[in-house]
Write a new protein. Structure first.
Length: 291
């Protein structure tokens, strides 16, 4: 017998061997026919192997896909079920406060209203993070004009800064578009501006700069606020981390805003940088690749 063995490899790993044997008595079977037989049978074998692998992997992936859909539905349903009773409490408290003349009772109802607002924000932020973890691989990206997003946010925040006796400035250059999800990017920058507004003292200012640099866009939110201790900067984006818990309770917030900022930035293939010092303000810079 004349035999020939061919190793079958994938990604450097040997899956098996294909061996063909031919009787030497068959003089009419030339070397050319022998090689031709190998060339025909090898692709057939590899195709069969690939088809079997595809069928097996499909069966293995199906339970994961079903679990993903269940988890996605849970996040959506949980959002509705958690927000509904909180909203009912808040509306009831607001209506009672309008009808009652007792100042002390109105003050107590005000406490209920403020805390239900905080609870609503906390639930919203927690569900936002959960939804991003569940659906991060299915986000539909499109071309987004970040300058336009920031202009819209400027219109939204200017009255709030004025009401708080703080200044809000922007320096927005024309930059290339990025591949992203507009609502998520708007949430990212809104959270950073909100944070700057919260921790900037009365009479001080917040500036938002936008520019293009090295095939990326850079958005810098610069405040002249109270600053962040050096040892706290590495933990800023941890969930529920507070630089100063007593100060955070007074100023409000869920403790998840910067975690959401980090998650959205990473979802868009971007990076975050923080420069801050106590008493000297902070600069949060987001870099995202352009189209």
């Amino acid at each position: 017998l004349r035999s020939m063995s061919l190793p079958l490899r994938e990604n450097g790993k040997t899956l098996g061997f294909l061996q063909i044997q031919v009787p030497t008595e068959q003089r009419d079977l030339s070397i050319e026919k022998f090689i031709f037989t190998n060339l025909i049978l090898c692709p057939i074998f590899l195709f069969s192997l690939a088809l079997a692998g595809y069928m097996v992997s499909g069966k293995a992936v199906r339970p994961v896909q079903e679990s993903y859909q269940i988890l996605k539905m849970f996040v959506q349903d949980a959002g509705h079920e958690l927000k509904t009773p909180v909203a009912a409490i808040q509306i009831t408290a607001e209506n009672l406060a309008e009808d009652l003349q007792d100042a002390e009772m109105q003050e107590r109802l005000g406490v209920i209203t403020r805390n239900t607002e905080r609870m609503t924000k906390l639930v919203t932020d927690m569900l936002t993070l959960a939804k991003m973890e569940v659906t991060s691989s299915t986000v539909r990206l499109e071309k987004v004009d970040v300058r336009q997003l920031l202009e819209q946010l400027r219109e939204e925040f200017v009255p709030r800064f004025a009401q708080a006796n703080k200044k809000f400035d922007t320096n927005l250059q024309v930059v290339p578009k990025v591949m992203g999800e507009a609502d998520s990017l708007s949430r990212l920058f809104s959270n950073l501006i909100e944070n700057a507004l919260k921790y900037t003292e009365e009479g001080n200012s917040v500036t938002v700069n936008l520019k293009a640099k090295d095939n990326k866009i850079e958005v810098a939110i610069i405040d002249t606020g109270i600053g962040i201790p050096k040892d706290s900067i590495p933990h800023l984006f941890d969930r529920f981390y507070r630089v100063d818990r007593s100060r955070a309770r007074v100023r409000g917030g869920s403790g998840l805003g910067l975690s959401i900022v980090k998650a959205i930035t990473e979802l868009h293939g971007g990076t975050l940088n923080v420069v801050s010092a106590e008493g000297r303000g902070s600069t949060f810079t987001v870099s995202i690749p352009t189209v």
